[in-house]
Design a protein around this ligand. Structure first.
Ligand SMILES: *[C@@H]1O[C@H](CO)[C@@H](O)[C@H](O)[C@H]1NC(C)=O
Ligand SMILES: *[C@@H]1O[C@H](CO)[C@@H](O)[C@H](O)[C@H]1NC(C)=O
Ligand SMILES: *[C@@H]1O[C@H](CO)[C@@H](O)[C@H](O)[C@H]1NC(C)=O
Ligand SMILES: *[C@@H]1O[C@H](CO)[C@@H](O)[C@H](O)[C@H]1NC(C)=O
Length: 505
């Protein structure tokens, strides 16, 4: 670290301090936000509390599950020829993309099968070819694309696939797969029996999976119970007593269609967000509303509420996304403790021009309702942290959000305790200082955590790792937010870290 950096950040930090203090009329208010993400609350991330999924029947076959089917007779895999747009055959001895089907769950046992080119498997609709299995439908809206997976009682990965005409699929030969089998044997020699391989490493456990998994009868109660118990007023009290002065609340796009969002999503989450604002206010805390799941999915990750892992957000989704921002800004723009609205979490694999167009329009929408709330623009995950810097400099009260994890990159796998801590104090500090300019946007480390790839660390080592992060990220001109408040996995739970004396600030 050099002196110039220290000086610069001091100047920036001080000017921000004055701004925040003036605006709140409270000179003891803090320099920057020391926030925590309320992850897995209004937007489900299954890994943070897997037991939420326990009550779902056939819970290993949720939306987006990737499956492959090997004919026990031919020992070859079902394959959507050319990845889709053509017939389904059974002539591959190894399974890759064309042999992989992504499930869209209709109910417990009925599914649509999405193939590599994003089309759906179905039966040829008319005439003589009516029993031929094809993968050329652009939508899954008709009954011709619904298949039932019938699992063997003794071996759930031994299956037969019932087609929409009521008959079973059979691999008659390597190049002929048809839906015209009426037998019911489970022998290897039976052409309708398949070994189902579930690609568990690509499992998705997000809001779509939990709500559609429980289905329209059960999901509303499950979700409401979760919202009402996972985070309560006591948690806000705990946070404020431990130095947390803001929360970042991830939400999904369907909140804007409360109380009747499109299925499978469940209505009622905006009322819970209202409560979060009220509780935060009571304990002197600010709120960042973070649009974490955009329509179409902006990154394909489970936390974007994707149905099947494809990232489809783009130009055509901008109007819908802006309507969501408009709802949030209108509903919360007058709240005195609204710190910021974040327009989109962690965009990825995205045309930068499209993203800037959206950020520009999203900024304008927020400003229709509030001139004081900050507007947060999340840096694309797969781009340099400076990619939005000059663009964002053209706005008033704009913040760039960067996420710093010593994970998710192979370079961290072999780092020891000291190397991890040095990385924070050197590389992260220098990245932050390179983003920080007195006339530029404010900078927010909107996600970081105490997790790392070190498995033999002492408690003191771990404390030092957390301390280094608090020290360095506190130089971010807008502040930081830990991921997350509560999590089954302790290293991701700020509450656990505080309760067990791993971190304080
Ligand atoms: C100022 O902030 C402190 C700490 O957040 C709080 O305890 C106090 O009540 C605030 N005072 C006013 C006047 O808002
Ligand atoms: C599988 O069958 C299709 C359709 O007959 C054919 O075009 C393709 O070359 C075959 N592939 C292999 C590996 O046999
Ligand atoms: C599941 O969906 C299929 C196809 O729409 C339907 O025929 C079946 O009755 C449904 N089963 C249940 C239990 O709802
Ligand atoms: C959390 O960190 C500790 C080391 O400080 C490590 O032993 C443990 O495996 C980590 N937990 C997880 C779930 O990675």
């Amino acid at each position: 670290m050099n002196n110039r950096f220290l000086f610069l950040s001091l100047v920036v930090a001080l000017s921000h301090y004055v701004a925040v203090a003036e605006e709140s009329g409270n000179s003891s208010s803090s320099l920057t936000l020391r926030a925590v993400n309320l992850g897995n609350w209004l937007l489900i991330e299954g890994w943070m509390k897997p037991s939420l999924f326990d009550g779902i029947p056939n819970k290993d076959l949720l939306d987006g599950t990737q499956v492959q089917f090997m004919s026990t007779k031919l020992q070859t895999y079902l394959s959507a020829e050319h990845g889709g747009g053509s017939i389904v055959v059974a002539n591959r001895t190894t399974a890759r993309g064309w042999e992989t089907f992504r499930l869209w769950r209709v109910n417990e046992t009925f599914f649509n099968f999405r193939v590599a080119n994003k089309q759906f498997m179905g039966l040829e609709s008319e005439g003589e070819g009516g029993n031929n299995v094809v993968a050329n439908s652009d939508s899954a809206s008709s009954s011709m694309e619904i298949f039932q997976i019938v699992r063997n009682d003794g071996d759930p990965n031994r299956v037969r696939i019932r087609a929409p005409n009521g008959l079973f699929l059979q691999a008659i030969s390597e190049t002929k797969v048809s839906a015209d089998y009426e037998g019911s044997s489970w022998e290897d020699s039976d052409p309708s029996v398949f070994k189902m391989i579930i690609l568990t490493e690509s499992t998705i456990r997000g809001e779509y999976q939990i709500t559609n998994g429980y289905g329209p009868e059960k999901a509303p109660q499950i979700m409401r119970d979760h919202w009402n118990t996972y985070i309560t007023e006591d948690d806000f009290k705990f946070m404020s007593e431990n130095g947390v002065n803001a929360v970042r609340v991830p939400v999904g796009w369907w909140i804007a269609q409360d109380p009747t969002p499109p299925k499978p999503f469940v209505g009622g989450s905006s009322k819970i967000l209202d409560k979060a604002f009220t509780w935060a206010q009571k304990y002197g805390m600010k709120v960042i509303v973070d649009l974490h799941a955009c329509p179409g999915s902006q990154n394909g990750n489970p936390h974007s509420a994707t149905r099947d892992g494809y990232q489809e957000w783009g130009d055509s989704y901008i109007p819908h996304t802006l309507a969501t921002i408009d709802f949030l800004a209108q509903r919360y723009g007058d709240r005195p403790n609204l710190a910021a609205i974040e327009l989109m979490n962690e965009p990825r694999r995205m045309d930068l021009g499209t993203l800037k167009k959206y950020y520009q329009a999203g900024y304008d929408v927020v400003r229709k309702h509030t001139s004081t709330a900050y507007v947060i623009m999340s840096n694309p995950l797969d781009r340099d942290s400076k990619s939005l810097l000059s663009f964002a400099g053209g706005f008033n009260r704009v913040v760039i959000d960067v996420h710093y994890y010593n994970l998710f990159d192979p370079k961290f796998n072999s780092m020891n305790v000291k190397q991890n801590i040095d990385y924070i104090r050197n590389q992260r500090a220098s990245d932050l200082s390179s983003l920080t300019a007195s006339n530029g946007p404010l900078i927010f480390v909107g996600e970081w955590s105490g997790d790392w790839s070190v498995h033999d660390a002492s408690k003191e080592d771990h404390r030092q790792f957390l301390k280094a992060q608090v020290d360095v990220y506190s130089r971010a001109t807008f502040g930081w937010a830990y991921w997350s408040y509560k999590c089954d996995s302790n290293n991701w739970s700020l509450k656990w870290m505080i309760d067990n004396n791993y971190v304080s600030f």
